[in-house]
Design a protein around this ligand. Structure first.
Ligand code: AMP
Length: 193
Protein backbone atom coordinates (compact mmCIF):
# COMPACT_ATOMS: atom_id res chain seq x y z
CA UNK A 1 0.00 0.00 0.00
CA UNK A 2 1.30 3.46 -0.92
CA UNK A 3 -0.11 6.45 0.97
CA UNK A 4 0.84 10.02 0.31
CA UNK A 5 -0.12 13.43 1.59
CA UNK A 6 -0.33 16.25 -0.92
CA UNK A 7 0.42 19.21 1.28
CA UNK A 8 0.36 22.98 0.81
CA UNK A 9 -1.58 26.16 1.52
CA UNK A 10 -5.06 26.88 0.08
CA UNK A 11 -4.64 27.59 -3.63
CA UNK A 12 -1.35 25.72 -4.02
CA UNK A 13 -2.86 23.31 -6.58
CA UNK A 14 -3.54 20.27 -4.40
CA UNK A 15 -6.93 19.56 -5.99
CA UNK A 16 -5.68 19.88 -9.58
CA UNK A 17 -2.60 17.73 -9.03
CA UNK A 18 -4.54 15.17 -6.94
CA UNK A 19 -6.85 14.42 -9.87
CA UNK A 20 -3.87 13.64 -12.10
CA UNK A 21 -1.97 11.66 -9.48
CA UNK A 22 -4.89 9.39 -8.52
CA UNK A 23 -5.52 8.50 -12.14
CA UNK A 24 -1.83 7.78 -12.86
CA UNK A 25 -1.14 5.78 -9.67
CA UNK A 26 -4.58 4.27 -8.96
CA UNK A 27 -4.84 5.82 -5.51
CA UNK A 28 -8.05 6.60 -3.64
CA UNK A 29 -8.48 10.37 -3.30
CA UNK A 30 -9.49 11.53 0.18
CA UNK A 31 -10.11 15.27 0.30
CA UNK A 32 -11.65 16.43 3.56
CA UNK A 33 -12.78 19.66 1.85
CA UNK A 34 -14.70 17.62 -0.77
CA UNK A 35 -16.12 15.30 1.88
CA UNK A 36 -17.30 18.29 3.94
CA UNK A 37 -18.84 19.99 0.89
CA UNK A 38 -20.79 16.83 0.08
CA UNK A 39 -22.05 16.72 3.68
CA UNK A 40 -23.19 20.34 3.24
CA UNK A 41 -24.88 19.51 -0.07
CA UNK A 42 -26.69 16.63 1.66
CA UNK A 43 -27.70 18.99 4.49
CA UNK A 44 -26.54 16.49 7.10
CA UNK A 45 -26.07 17.60 10.74
CA UNK A 46 -22.30 17.26 10.25
CA UNK A 47 -22.45 19.43 7.13
CA UNK A 48 -24.51 22.10 8.80
CA UNK A 49 -22.12 22.24 11.77
CA UNK A 50 -19.05 22.38 9.49
CA UNK A 51 -20.47 25.09 7.23
CA UNK A 52 -20.26 27.85 9.83
CA UNK A 53 -16.51 27.22 10.24
CA UNK A 54 -15.87 26.92 6.52
CA UNK A 55 -17.75 30.13 5.70
CA UNK A 56 -15.45 32.00 8.07
CA UNK A 57 -12.31 30.39 6.67
CA UNK A 58 -11.69 28.56 9.95
CA UNK A 59 -10.73 24.95 10.42
CA UNK A 60 -13.50 22.49 11.28
CA UNK A 61 -12.85 20.81 14.68
CA UNK A 62 -10.36 17.93 14.63
CA UNK A 63 -12.81 15.28 15.95
CA UNK A 64 -15.14 15.89 13.00
CA UNK A 65 -12.56 15.47 10.24
CA UNK A 66 -10.73 12.62 11.98
CA UNK A 67 -14.00 10.68 12.27
CA UNK A 68 -14.72 11.35 8.58
CA UNK A 69 -11.29 10.05 7.53
CA UNK A 70 -11.56 7.05 9.82
CA UNK A 71 -14.87 6.04 8.14
CA UNK A 72 -13.43 6.67 4.68
CA UNK A 73 -10.48 4.37 5.42
CA UNK A 74 -12.83 1.66 6.70
CA UNK A 75 -15.11 2.06 3.68
CA UNK A 76 -12.28 1.49 1.18
CA UNK A 77 -10.70 -1.82 2.18
CA UNK A 78 -9.73 -2.60 -1.44
CA UNK A 79 -7.72 0.60 -2.00
CA UNK A 80 -4.12 0.20 -3.20
CA UNK A 81 -3.26 3.39 -1.39
CA UNK A 82 -4.65 6.76 -0.38
CA UNK A 83 -3.87 10.28 -1.47
CA UNK A 84 -4.74 12.66 1.36
CA UNK A 85 -5.59 16.16 0.13
CA UNK A 86 -6.31 18.95 2.64
CA UNK A 87 -5.77 16.51 5.51
CA UNK A 88 -4.08 16.48 7.99
CA UNK A 89 -4.33 20.20 8.75
CA UNK A 90 -3.24 20.11 12.41
CA UNK A 91 -0.62 18.12 14.31
CA UNK A 92 -3.46 16.37 16.22
CA UNK A 93 -4.93 15.25 12.87
CA UNK A 94 -1.51 14.01 11.73
CA UNK A 95 -1.04 11.99 14.89
CA UNK A 96 -4.53 10.52 14.55
CA UNK A 97 -3.86 9.63 10.90
CA UNK A 98 -0.57 7.93 11.75
CA UNK A 99 -2.40 5.86 14.37
CA UNK A 100 -5.27 4.90 12.04
CA UNK A 101 -2.83 3.82 9.33
CA UNK A 102 -0.68 1.88 11.83
CA UNK A 103 -3.81 -0.04 12.89
CA UNK A 104 -4.15 -1.08 9.25
CA UNK A 105 -0.48 -2.07 9.08
CA UNK A 106 0.52 0.81 6.84
CA UNK A 107 1.88 4.38 7.02
CA UNK A 108 2.50 7.59 5.09
CA UNK A 109 5.23 7.02 2.49
CA UNK A 110 5.81 10.66 1.61
CA UNK A 111 4.49 14.18 2.10
CA UNK A 112 4.75 16.20 -1.10
CA UNK A 113 4.59 19.88 -0.12
CA UNK A 114 3.70 22.39 -2.84
CA UNK A 115 5.35 25.79 -2.44
CA UNK A 116 3.64 28.89 -3.84
CA UNK A 117 4.11 32.52 -2.76
CA UNK A 118 1.22 34.24 -0.97
CA UNK A 119 0.31 36.83 -3.65
CA UNK A 120 0.00 34.07 -6.21
CA UNK A 121 -2.16 32.00 -3.81
CA UNK A 122 -4.63 34.85 -3.27
CA UNK A 123 -4.80 35.54 -7.01
CA UNK A 124 -5.51 31.89 -7.77
CA UNK A 125 -8.24 31.57 -5.14
CA UNK A 126 -10.03 34.73 -6.28
CA UNK A 127 -9.85 33.46 -9.86
CA UNK A 128 -11.19 30.07 -8.82
CA UNK A 129 -14.02 31.85 -6.97
CA UNK A 130 -15.30 33.18 -10.31
CA UNK A 131 -16.18 29.65 -11.45
CA UNK A 132 -15.94 27.17 -8.55
CA UNK A 133 -19.21 28.07 -6.85
CA UNK A 134 -17.25 28.09 -3.57
CA UNK A 135 -18.23 31.04 -1.41
CA UNK A 136 -14.98 30.72 0.57
CA UNK A 137 -13.03 31.52 -2.63
CA UNK A 138 -14.90 34.75 -3.35
CA UNK A 139 -14.20 36.88 -0.31
CA UNK A 140 -10.72 38.30 0.35
CA UNK A 141 -11.33 38.34 4.12
CA UNK A 142 -12.18 34.61 4.13
CA UNK A 143 -9.13 33.87 2.00
CA UNK A 144 -6.95 35.80 4.47
CA UNK A 145 -8.42 33.77 7.37
CA UNK A 146 -7.68 30.53 5.54
CA UNK A 147 -4.05 31.58 5.06
CA UNK A 148 -3.77 32.61 8.68
CA UNK A 149 -5.23 29.24 9.84
CA UNK A 150 -2.67 27.58 7.59
CA UNK A 151 0.24 29.51 9.13
CA UNK A 152 -1.00 29.09 12.71
CA UNK A 153 -2.09 25.45 12.67
CA UNK A 154 -1.25 23.64 9.43
CA UNK A 155 2.36 24.58 8.65
CA UNK A 156 3.40 22.58 11.74
CA UNK A 157 2.16 19.39 10.06
CA UNK A 158 5.20 19.56 7.76
CA UNK A 159 7.46 19.73 10.84
CA UNK A 160 5.72 16.66 12.27
CA UNK A 161 6.55 14.60 9.16
CA UNK A 162 10.02 16.18 8.79
CA UNK A 163 10.94 14.40 12.02
CA UNK A 164 10.51 11.16 10.09
CA UNK A 165 12.29 12.46 6.98
CA UNK A 166 9.10 12.18 4.92
CA UNK A 167 8.71 15.71 3.53
CA UNK A 168 9.73 16.76 0.04
CA UNK A 169 9.17 20.35 -1.12
CA UNK A 170 8.11 20.82 -4.73
CA UNK A 171 7.84 24.13 -6.56
CA UNK A 172 4.10 24.70 -7.11
CA UNK A 173 4.40 27.67 -9.49
CA UNK A 174 4.61 27.59 -13.25
CA UNK A 175 3.38 25.05 -15.74
CA UNK A 176 0.83 22.52 -14.38
CA UNK A 177 2.35 19.66 -16.42
CA UNK A 178 5.84 20.44 -15.15
CA UNK A 179 4.65 20.50 -11.53
CA UNK A 180 2.92 17.16 -12.15
CA UNK A 181 6.17 15.70 -13.55
CA UNK A 182 8.11 16.89 -10.48
CA UNK A 183 5.56 15.19 -8.21
CA UNK A 184 5.69 11.97 -10.25
CA UNK A 185 9.48 11.95 -10.10
CA UNK A 186 9.37 11.97 -6.29
CA UNK A 187 6.75 9.21 -6.19
CA UNK A 188 8.67 7.07 -8.68
CA UNK A 189 11.78 7.30 -6.49
CA UNK A 190 9.88 5.44 -3.78
CA UNK A 191 8.88 1.85 -3.35
CA UNK A 192 5.18 1.60 -4.18
CA UNK A 193 4.80 -2.09 -3.38
P1 AMP B 1 -10.33 22.81 1.16
O1 AMP B 1 -11.31 22.34 0.15
O2 AMP B 1 -9.29 21.77 1.49
O3 AMP B 1 -9.72 24.14 0.79
O4 AMP B 1 -11.13 23.05 2.52
C1 AMP B 1 -12.17 24.01 2.59
C2 AMP B 1 -12.51 24.25 4.06
O5 AMP B 1 -12.97 23.04 4.66
C3 AMP B 1 -11.36 24.72 4.93
O6 AMP B 1 -11.17 26.13 4.87
C4 AMP B 1 -11.82 24.26 6.31
O7 AMP B 1 -12.82 25.12 6.83
C5 AMP B 1 -12.49 22.93 5.99
N1 AMP B 1 -11.54 21.79 6.06
C6 AMP B 1 -11.14 21.01 5.02
N2 AMP B 1 -10.27 20.06 5.44
C7 AMP B 1 -10.10 20.27 6.78
C8 AMP B 1 -9.32 19.65 7.79
N3 AMP B 1 -8.51 18.61 7.50
N4 AMP B 1 -9.40 20.14 9.05
C9 AMP B 1 -10.22 21.17 9.37
N5 AMP B 1 -10.96 21.82 8.46
C10 AMP B 1 -10.93 21.37 7.17
Amino acid sequence: MFNLILFGPPGSGKGTQSERLISKYGLKHLSTGDLLRSEIAGQTPLGLAAKSFMDKGQLVPDEVVIEMISSALDNNPQAHGFLFDGFPRTVAQAEALDKLLAQKGTSIAVVLALEVNEDELTKRLLNRGLTSGRSDDRDEGTIRSRHSEYQKKTAAVADHYKKYGKVVFVKGEGDIDEIFQSLCKEIDLRDRA
